[in-house]
Design a binder for this molecule. Structure first.
Ligand SMILES: [Zn+2]
Length: 489
């Protein structure tokens, strides 16, 4: 009897352990060193999109990605998106966008995957502990530029697919890939390409998934919104040349004094934006939404400790997160033309340009905001009675993105997280701006979900960027589980 019971128990486990997805997970575990090696090869390619001298590297990176998709049996088009022109008149080609396709079964769901393989610039002199382009493993972390943003996640997708294939399991979905090489430099050329391909390449995509962001805590997350951004320049000119304060101090209306007053009029000490009209454009917060924030895992004390800050603008976790994701914020970034070197120079700058930006949330419109800001600053300036010249300009504007996180795709994401991590997903937003999410959603009118695998402390865009081996490998499993889950819709 006992033997029979033990036998049936073992059989039960054997069946459980050998479910197709479990086999995929097992395969991923077994091949993790190969995945790290491949990431090392990708990190070695210095694909800095913002550095024109490295454009060849970005182009090579796009070819490497294309080759890998072909190797998986897909078809690839390295799509030309034109040239980039610089202020000095120099013109260089933009890296091609990789449009790839794997599987055309009309009975299967088609998933579009977006990612980018260009990186922010990095030099060891910036304060890296290791060579940013030599993937280095230390204490379970894989250090290297692009490890988390976004080469690691792109590779995780491709490895997940490879695992299905290696086990001779039929891929349960059709896949389309949109991999670009200009994300860190404003995704030049991408919007036009997506609009152009909406009736063709993009037309039969059912869901779009993006792995290009991070969790908020140690808890896995799905991201359903990002803030937009408006970047402003406010320029004040008082004379045709810089002046000496010994000769002119006390005689002229100084540009710097005006500018400081203008910048000071934008936001108060509680972080409240003083520009009239902004509040009324922000989508009102519902009770359901507030409840959602209560459940999110976020350690306020740890957040403060990491930054060495004793007090934040807001007291509770919910309010801090709401103001990070759900409400607009205004930040002052710098003053061009002002004296900022060491020493005590007594210059009166002739022309100074203040730089500030506002993070936008749903319902805010860059053009409307631009006119609100301009009207307000001209009003503040007029009240000062200064004869100086004022110019306010919107340098760059993009809207926020938010989507319905109760749709089928989010359900698939939640289930995949449960399967791999045995926990519920946190539903989060990004305080930053990832315009492609909005562009993809608005162009295709399809569900867009961000399914991040990176950690909150990965240091993307910063020195010592890393992706933990755990995030990389479990992330690969998560993407495989997502593929399995979404195929059922
Ligand atoms: Zn990124």
């Amino acid at each position: 009897m006992l033997t029979l019971a033990v036998f049936s128990l073992l059989l039960h486990f054997a069946i459980q352990a050998s479910s197709p997805l479990d086999q995929v997970f097992h395969y991923i575990d077994e091949h993790q060193d190969d995945y790290v090696q491949r990431l090392k090869e990708w990190i070695a390619i210095q694909s800095e999109s913002g550095n024109p001298t490295k454009r060849e590297d970005v182009i090579r990176m796009m070819q490497v990605v294309g080759e890998m998709i072909k190797h998986l049996g897909g078809t690839v088009e390295l799509t030309d998106v034109g040239n980039e022109e610089f202020a000095d008149g120099k013109i260089i080609p933009l890296p091609p966008v990789v449009l790839g396709e794997l599987g055309k079964d009309p009975n299967k769901t088609t998933v579009g995957i977006y990612g980018h393989v260009d990186v922010q610039p990095a030099k060891i002199e910036d304060g890296w502990s290791t060579d940013p382009y030599l993937l280095t493993e230390k204490d379970g972390n894989l250090y290297g530029r692009g490890s988390s943003d976004d080469k690691g996640p792109v590779l995780a997708w491709l490895h997940a697919i490879e695992a299905f294939q290696a086990l001779n399991q039929e891929l349960p979905v059709n896949l389309k890939f949109i991999f670009e090489g200009m994300e860190e430099s404003g995704s030049k050329g991408l919007d036009e390409l997506l609009k152009e391909k909406n009736e063709t390449f993009l037309s039969n995509i059912d869901y779009i998934v993006i792995s290009d962001s991070a969790w908020l805590s140690k808890k896995p997350a799905l991201t359903y919104g990002t803030r937009g951004l408006c970047y402003f320049l406010v320029e004040v000119q008082c004379a045709n040349q810089d002046l000496h304060s010994g000769l002119y101090g006390g005689t002229v209306h100084e540009a710097m004094t005006d500018l400081i007053a203008l910048l000071d009029s934008l936001v108060n000490s509680t972080g409240y934006i003083l520009i009239p009209g902004i509040d009324s454009d922000v989508m009102p917060l519902t009770d359901e939404e507030r409840v959602l924030y209560e459940g999110i895992e976020f350690n306020l004390e740890a957040f403060k400790r990491t930054l060495d800050i004793t007090e934040l603008l807001h007291k509770t976790k919910e309010d801090v997160l709401l103001h990070r994701w759900r409400f607009p914020s205004l930040s002052i970034h710098g003053i061009e033309g002002a004296f900022s070197g060491p020493g005590a120079k007594t210059v009166i700058p002739a022309k100074v340009t203040g730089k500030f930006s506002i993070r936008l949330v749903p319902n805010m419109d860059p053009d409307k905001l631009s006119s609100q800001v301009t009207t307000y600053l001209h009003g503040v300036f007029a009240a000062r009675g200064s004869p100086n010249r004022l110019r306010v300009a919107l340098e760059y504007g993009s809207k926020a993105w938010v989507t319905n996180f109760t749709d089928k795709q989010y359900d698939a994401g939640r289930r995949a997280i449960r399967k791999v991590f045995g926990t519920e997903a946190d539903l989060i937003r990004e305080g930053g701006t990832i315009p492609v999410a909005r562009t993809l959603q608005h162009t295709t009118q399809k569900s867009v979900m961000m399914l991040p695998i990176g950690g909150a402390d990965d240091g993307i865009h910063s020195q010592n960027e890393k992706l933990s081996r755990n995030s990389y490998i479990n992330g690969t499993k998560l993407l495989a589980a997502y593929i399995a889950e979404i195929s059922q819709f």
